[in-house]
Ligand binder design. Sequence first.
Ligand code: CA
Length: 225
Amino acid sequence: MIKAILFDMDGVLYDSMRSHVQAWQETMSAVGVESSLEDFYLFEGRTGHSTIDILFQRAFGKDATLEEKKNIYARKAQRFVELEQAESTPMPGSLEVLKKTKALGLQRIIVTGSGQHFLFEKLHKDFPGYFDKSKIVTAYDVNNGKPHPEPYLKGLEKGNLFPNEAIVIENAPLGIKAARTAGIFTVAVNTGPLLDAVLWDAGANVLFPSMPVLAENIEKLINQP
Ligand code: CA
């Protein structure tokens, strides 16, 4: 019996991937590392430090130093905040999904690779009454980011759940891998530019093209896994 939904945040609850991608590209370009837009949709879910190391390996054949990683990630996070303050946009349909989830009596847990400060305050402002401060897993709670299963295992722990009592909602291939490795039924919502096949290949159990379409189908999904 399903008791909870574990929500990824960027690209699921927030239409924020464009700002992440722009912040990453600007910040990396400033340290001489070129990257494509698609890179960041494929890396999505990784910790910032792991993303920086992959790009450094590609550009320079070595990891960044810890100090470089801290500086670059701080600049990227700062730029993201600037871009999002201009327009922090909930994903169309996300409130509908949350309403239905609540009406179905399901717990709502956030599992994000993001390391933003004041995350709960932002969630509370945009989705008042839907989330509990103690039921959020961020970059600060884990040693290993997605695609490692640790973030989702931590989410299960925070909700006191077995893997078969939860469903994950994810938009990113590495997030889907993390959730499936944690043994959880995973709903992919393809809100970005990647092909559906990339999300299926990552292990999605079911796929919807958008949050409004997921909202239309969520009762059916919960009552039949
Ligand atoms: Ca995401």
